[in-house]
Design a protein around this ligand. Structure first.
Ligand code: NAI
Length: 261
Protein backbone atom coordinates (compact mmCIF):
# COMPACT_ATOMS: atom_id res chain seq x y z
CA UNK A 1 0.00 0.00 0.00
CA UNK A 2 1.13 3.55 -0.74
CA UNK A 3 -0.02 6.05 1.88
CA UNK A 4 0.11 9.02 -0.51
CA UNK A 5 -2.50 7.47 -2.84
CA UNK A 6 -5.27 7.74 -0.23
CA UNK A 7 -7.74 10.41 -1.32
CA UNK A 8 -6.09 10.87 -4.74
CA UNK A 9 -8.42 11.34 -7.71
CA UNK A 10 -7.75 8.97 -10.59
CA UNK A 11 -9.40 8.62 -14.00
CA UNK A 12 -9.02 5.21 -15.69
CA UNK A 13 -10.24 4.79 -19.26
CA UNK A 14 -11.81 1.48 -20.25
CA UNK A 15 -12.01 0.37 -16.64
CA UNK A 16 -15.13 -1.78 -16.56
CA UNK A 17 -13.10 -4.84 -17.67
CA UNK A 18 -9.66 -6.44 -17.61
CA UNK A 19 -6.63 -4.41 -16.58
CA UNK A 20 -8.71 -1.26 -16.08
CA UNK A 21 -10.97 -3.09 -13.66
CA UNK A 22 -8.02 -4.52 -11.75
CA UNK A 23 -6.47 -1.04 -11.50
CA UNK A 24 -9.76 0.47 -10.32
CA UNK A 25 -9.89 -2.18 -7.60
CA UNK A 26 -6.28 -1.58 -6.59
CA UNK A 27 -6.84 2.19 -6.35
CA UNK A 28 -9.95 1.41 -4.30
CA UNK A 29 -7.78 -0.57 -1.87
CA UNK A 30 -5.48 2.46 -1.75
CA UNK A 31 -8.55 4.53 -0.68
CA UNK A 32 -8.41 6.64 -3.83
CA UNK A 33 -11.34 8.22 -5.67
CA UNK A 34 -11.81 6.60 -9.04
CA UNK A 35 -13.59 7.78 -12.20
CA UNK A 36 -14.50 4.54 -13.97
CA UNK A 37 -14.86 5.16 -17.70
CA UNK A 38 -16.73 2.48 -19.59
CA UNK A 39 -17.58 1.97 -23.25
CA UNK A 40 -19.44 -1.32 -22.99
CA UNK A 41 -22.12 -2.42 -20.57
CA UNK A 42 -23.19 -0.06 -17.80
CA UNK A 43 -23.91 -3.04 -15.54
CA UNK A 44 -20.25 -4.06 -15.57
CA UNK A 45 -19.17 -0.52 -14.68
CA UNK A 46 -21.62 -0.50 -11.78
CA UNK A 47 -20.14 -3.77 -10.53
CA UNK A 48 -16.66 -2.26 -10.60
CA UNK A 49 -17.97 0.83 -8.80
CA UNK A 50 -19.27 -1.41 -6.00
CA UNK A 51 -15.97 -3.29 -5.87
CA UNK A 52 -14.03 -0.02 -5.47
CA UNK A 53 -16.34 1.23 -2.74
CA UNK A 54 -16.20 -2.12 -0.95
CA UNK A 55 -12.41 -2.02 -1.11
CA UNK A 56 -12.43 1.30 0.74
CA UNK A 57 -12.30 3.85 -2.06
CA UNK A 58 -14.88 6.01 -3.75
CA UNK A 59 -16.02 5.78 -7.40
CA UNK A 60 -18.26 7.21 -10.08
CA UNK A 61 -18.97 5.70 -13.48
CA UNK A 62 -19.07 7.59 -16.76
CA UNK A 63 -19.74 6.39 -20.27
CA UNK A 64 -17.33 7.70 -22.89
CA UNK A 65 -15.52 7.00 -26.14
CA UNK A 66 -11.82 7.88 -25.90
CA UNK A 67 -11.72 8.75 -29.60
CA UNK A 68 -14.07 11.69 -28.96
CA UNK A 69 -12.59 14.93 -27.64
CA UNK A 70 -15.78 15.89 -25.83
CA UNK A 71 -15.95 12.54 -24.04
CA UNK A 72 -12.36 12.87 -22.80
CA UNK A 73 -12.98 16.43 -21.60
CA UNK A 74 -15.99 15.04 -19.77
CA UNK A 75 -13.78 12.54 -17.91
CA UNK A 76 -11.67 15.35 -16.45
CA UNK A 77 -14.82 17.38 -15.68
CA UNK A 78 -16.43 14.38 -13.98
CA UNK A 79 -13.38 13.99 -11.73
CA UNK A 80 -13.38 17.67 -10.81
CA UNK A 81 -17.16 17.92 -10.30
CA UNK A 82 -17.38 14.79 -8.14
CA UNK A 83 -14.08 14.79 -6.32
CA UNK A 84 -12.79 18.37 -6.58
CA UNK A 85 -9.60 17.77 -8.57
CA UNK A 86 -7.59 15.39 -10.74
CA UNK A 87 -4.28 13.80 -9.70
CA UNK A 88 -3.75 10.74 -11.90
CA UNK A 89 -4.97 9.93 -15.44
CA UNK A 90 -4.59 6.39 -16.79
CA UNK A 91 -5.01 5.87 -20.53
CA UNK A 92 -5.88 2.20 -20.53
CA UNK A 93 -8.59 1.74 -23.19
CA UNK A 94 -7.38 -0.28 -26.14
CA UNK A 95 -8.45 -2.67 -28.86
CA UNK A 96 -6.81 -5.16 -31.23
CA UNK A 97 -7.80 -7.36 -34.13
CA UNK A 98 -5.89 -9.87 -36.20
CA UNK A 99 -5.64 -9.17 -39.93
CA UNK A 100 -3.16 -10.03 -42.68
CA UNK A 101 -1.54 -6.65 -43.23
CA UNK A 102 -2.11 -6.36 -46.99
CA UNK A 103 -5.81 -6.93 -46.37
CA UNK A 104 -6.14 -4.49 -43.48
CA UNK A 105 -8.77 -1.88 -44.31
CA UNK A 106 -8.30 1.81 -43.67
CA UNK A 107 -11.37 1.65 -41.43
CA UNK A 108 -9.74 -1.00 -39.19
CA UNK A 109 -6.37 0.79 -39.21
CA UNK A 110 -8.03 4.08 -38.19
CA UNK A 111 -10.13 2.41 -35.50
CA UNK A 112 -7.14 0.91 -33.70
CA UNK A 113 -4.93 3.98 -34.08
CA UNK A 114 -7.68 6.35 -32.96
CA UNK A 115 -8.54 4.26 -29.89
CA UNK A 116 -5.07 3.20 -28.74
CA UNK A 117 -2.93 6.16 -29.76
CA UNK A 118 -5.08 9.21 -30.49
CA UNK A 119 -7.35 8.36 -27.55
CA UNK A 120 -4.33 8.18 -25.24
CA UNK A 121 -3.03 11.47 -26.64
CA UNK A 122 -6.36 13.16 -25.96
CA UNK A 123 -6.32 11.79 -22.42
CA UNK A 124 -2.77 13.12 -21.91
CA UNK A 125 -3.66 16.49 -23.42
CA UNK A 126 -6.75 17.09 -21.29
CA UNK A 127 -5.05 15.90 -18.10
CA UNK A 128 -2.00 18.07 -18.84
CA UNK A 129 -4.22 21.09 -19.54
CA UNK A 130 -5.76 20.69 -16.08
CA UNK A 131 -2.45 20.01 -14.33
CA UNK A 132 -0.78 23.05 -15.92
CA UNK A 133 -3.71 25.37 -15.22
CA UNK A 134 -3.96 24.29 -11.57
CA UNK A 135 -0.19 23.85 -11.08
CA UNK A 136 -0.64 20.23 -10.05
CA UNK A 137 2.36 17.88 -10.17
CA UNK A 138 0.13 15.27 -11.75
CA UNK A 139 0.78 11.76 -12.93
CA UNK A 140 -0.11 10.08 -16.23
CA UNK A 141 0.16 6.37 -17.00
CA UNK A 142 -0.34 4.99 -20.49
CA UNK A 143 -1.08 1.31 -21.06
CA UNK A 144 1.29 0.32 -23.80
CA UNK A 145 2.41 -3.25 -24.52
CA UNK A 146 5.44 -5.41 -25.16
CA UNK A 147 4.48 -4.61 -28.76
CA UNK A 148 5.90 -1.14 -28.45
CA UNK A 149 9.17 -3.10 -28.72
CA UNK A 150 8.36 -6.50 -30.28
CA UNK A 151 7.04 -6.50 -33.88
CA UNK A 152 3.71 -8.35 -34.21
CA UNK A 153 2.73 -9.79 -37.60
CA UNK A 154 -1.03 -9.57 -38.36
CA UNK A 155 -1.38 -6.80 -35.76
CA UNK A 156 0.47 -4.02 -37.59
CA UNK A 157 -2.04 -1.34 -36.55
CA UNK A 158 -1.80 -2.43 -32.89
CA UNK A 159 2.01 -2.54 -32.92
CA UNK A 160 2.12 0.87 -34.64
CA UNK A 161 -0.23 2.33 -32.03
CA UNK A 162 1.89 1.07 -29.12
CA UNK A 163 5.15 2.02 -30.86
CA UNK A 164 3.71 5.52 -31.28
CA UNK A 165 2.76 5.55 -27.64
CA UNK A 166 6.39 4.96 -26.68
CA UNK A 167 7.65 8.20 -28.24
CA UNK A 168 4.50 10.10 -27.32
CA UNK A 169 5.13 9.29 -23.66
CA UNK A 170 8.86 10.01 -23.85
CA UNK A 171 8.24 13.34 -25.59
CA UNK A 172 5.52 14.48 -23.21
CA UNK A 173 7.55 13.30 -20.21
CA UNK A 174 10.42 15.52 -21.34
CA UNK A 175 8.18 18.48 -22.15
CA UNK A 176 6.33 18.48 -18.81
CA UNK A 177 9.09 17.32 -16.44
CA UNK A 178 9.98 20.93 -15.55
CA UNK A 179 6.47 21.24 -14.13
CA UNK A 180 6.93 18.14 -11.99
CA UNK A 181 4.43 16.13 -14.04
CA UNK A 182 5.43 12.49 -14.56
CA UNK A 183 4.32 10.37 -17.52
CA UNK A 184 5.15 6.67 -17.89
CA UNK A 185 4.06 3.63 -19.86
CA UNK A 186 3.31 0.15 -18.61
CA UNK A 187 4.22 -2.57 -21.10
CA UNK A 188 2.28 -5.71 -20.21
CA UNK A 189 3.11 -9.03 -21.82
CA UNK A 190 0.35 -11.65 -22.05
CA UNK A 191 -2.23 -11.07 -19.34
CA UNK A 192 -5.44 -12.96 -18.79
CA UNK A 193 -8.19 -10.46 -19.71
CA UNK A 194 -11.18 -10.31 -22.07
CA UNK A 195 -8.98 -8.92 -24.90
CA UNK A 196 -7.37 -12.35 -25.31
CA UNK A 197 -9.86 -14.65 -23.57
CA UNK A 198 -10.69 -16.39 -26.84
CA UNK A 199 -7.02 -16.94 -27.65
CA UNK A 200 -6.19 -18.44 -24.24
CA UNK A 201 -9.34 -20.61 -24.25
CA UNK A 202 -7.52 -22.79 -26.77
CA UNK A 203 -5.06 -24.93 -24.70
CA UNK A 204 -2.61 -25.27 -27.62
CA UNK A 205 -2.39 -21.51 -28.17
CA UNK A 206 -2.11 -20.96 -24.44
CA UNK A 207 0.85 -23.37 -24.23
CA UNK A 208 2.52 -21.65 -27.18
CA UNK A 209 2.18 -18.28 -25.49
CA UNK A 210 3.50 -19.66 -22.19
CA UNK A 211 6.62 -20.83 -24.03
CA UNK A 212 7.31 -17.19 -24.91
CA UNK A 213 7.34 -16.20 -21.23
CA UNK A 214 10.50 -17.01 -19.24
CA UNK A 215 8.55 -16.93 -15.96
CA UNK A 216 6.32 -19.58 -17.54
CA UNK A 217 2.81 -18.30 -16.95
CA UNK A 218 0.27 -15.83 -18.30
CA UNK A 219 0.09 -12.78 -16.07
CA UNK A 220 -2.76 -11.84 -13.76
CA UNK A 221 -4.43 -8.41 -14.10
CA UNK A 222 -3.48 -7.67 -10.47
CA UNK A 223 0.19 -7.94 -11.42
CA UNK A 224 -0.29 -4.98 -13.78
CA UNK A 225 -2.40 -3.08 -11.23
CA UNK A 226 0.51 -3.39 -8.77
CA UNK A 227 2.78 -1.67 -11.28
CA UNK A 228 0.23 1.10 -11.88
CA UNK A 229 -0.08 1.77 -8.15
CA UNK A 230 3.69 2.06 -7.79
CA UNK A 231 4.03 4.37 -10.81
CA UNK A 232 1.19 6.55 -9.47
CA UNK A 233 2.69 6.74 -5.99
CA UNK A 234 5.51 8.95 -4.75
CA UNK A 235 7.64 5.81 -4.31
CA UNK A 236 8.43 6.26 -8.02
CA UNK A 237 9.03 10.01 -7.69
CA UNK A 238 12.25 9.99 -9.78
CA UNK A 239 10.77 7.90 -12.63
CA UNK A 240 9.46 9.54 -15.77
CA UNK A 241 9.42 8.75 -19.50
CA UNK A 242 9.96 5.01 -19.08
CA UNK A 243 8.09 1.94 -20.17
CA UNK A 244 7.96 -0.48 -17.28
CA UNK A 245 7.63 -3.89 -18.89
CA UNK A 246 5.62 -6.30 -16.73
CA UNK A 247 5.83 -9.28 -19.01
CA UNK A 248 7.34 -12.28 -17.18
CA UNK A 249 10.46 -11.71 -19.26
CA UNK A 250 8.76 -11.79 -22.68
CA UNK A 251 10.97 -8.96 -23.96
CA UNK A 252 14.15 -10.94 -23.10
CA UNK A 253 14.28 -13.02 -26.32
CA UNK A 254 12.97 -16.25 -24.70
CA UNK A 255 13.96 -18.28 -27.77
CA UNK A 256 17.52 -17.98 -26.44
CA UNK A 257 16.57 -19.43 -23.04
CA UNK A 258 18.05 -22.86 -23.78
CA UNK A 259 21.44 -21.25 -24.40
CA UNK A 260 21.61 -22.00 -28.13
CA UNK A 261 21.99 -19.45 -30.90
P1 NAI B 1 -10.12 -5.37 -22.27
O1 NAI B 1 -10.69 -5.64 -23.61
O2 NAI B 1 -10.73 -6.01 -21.09
O3 NAI B 1 -10.05 -3.81 -21.97
C1 NAI B 1 -10.11 -2.80 -22.93
C2 NAI B 1 -11.12 -1.78 -22.46
O4 NAI B 1 -11.10 -0.66 -23.35
C3 NAI B 1 -12.56 -2.34 -22.47
O5 NAI B 1 -13.17 -2.05 -21.23
C4 NAI B 1 -13.23 -1.58 -23.60
O6 NAI B 1 -14.62 -1.34 -23.39
C5 NAI B 1 -12.45 -0.28 -23.58
N1 NAI B 1 -12.55 0.47 -24.83
C6 NAI B 1 -12.40 0.00 -26.09
N2 NAI B 1 -12.60 0.99 -26.97
C7 NAI B 1 -12.88 2.10 -26.24
C8 NAI B 1 -13.20 3.44 -26.58
N3 NAI B 1 -13.26 3.86 -27.85
N4 NAI B 1 -13.45 4.32 -25.57
C9 NAI B 1 -13.38 3.92 -24.27
N5 NAI B 1 -13.09 2.66 -23.91
C10 NAI B 1 -12.85 1.77 -24.89
O7 NAI B 1 -8.57 -5.78 -22.38
P2 NAI B 1 -7.34 -5.42 -21.44
O8 NAI B 1 -6.37 -6.49 -21.60
O9 NAI B 1 -7.78 -5.06 -20.10
O10 NAI B 1 -6.71 -4.14 -22.18
C11 NAI B 1 -6.42 -2.93 -21.53
C12 NAI B 1 -5.20 -2.30 -22.18
O11 NAI B 1 -4.06 -3.14 -21.95
C13 NAI B 1 -5.28 -2.12 -23.69
O12 NAI B 1 -4.73 -0.86 -24.04
C14 NAI B 1 -4.41 -3.24 -24.23
O13 NAI B 1 -3.85 -2.93 -25.48
C15 NAI B 1 -3.35 -3.31 -23.13
N6 NAI B 1 -2.61 -4.56 -23.11
C16 NAI B 1 -3.22 -5.74 -22.74
C17 NAI B 1 -2.49 -6.90 -22.73
C18 NAI B 1 -3.08 -8.22 -22.33
O14 NAI B 1 -2.44 -9.24 -22.51
N7 NAI B 1 -4.29 -8.26 -21.78
C19 NAI B 1 -1.07 -6.94 -23.13
C20 NAI B 1 -0.55 -5.65 -23.48
C21 NAI B 1 -1.29 -4.52 -23.47
Amino acid sequence: MYADLAGKVVVITGSSTGLGRAMANRFGQEKAKVVINYFGKEEQAKEVQQEVIKAGGNAVIVHGDVTKEEDIKNLVNTAVQNFGTLDIFINNAGIENEVVSHELTLVDWDKVISTNLTGAFLGCREALKYFVEKQIRGNIINMSSVHERIPWPYFVHYAASKGGMKLMTQTLAMEYAPKGIRINNIGPGAINTPINAEKFADPKTKREVEKMIPLGYIGKPEEIANVAAWLASSESSYVTGITLFADGGMTLYPAFQAGKG
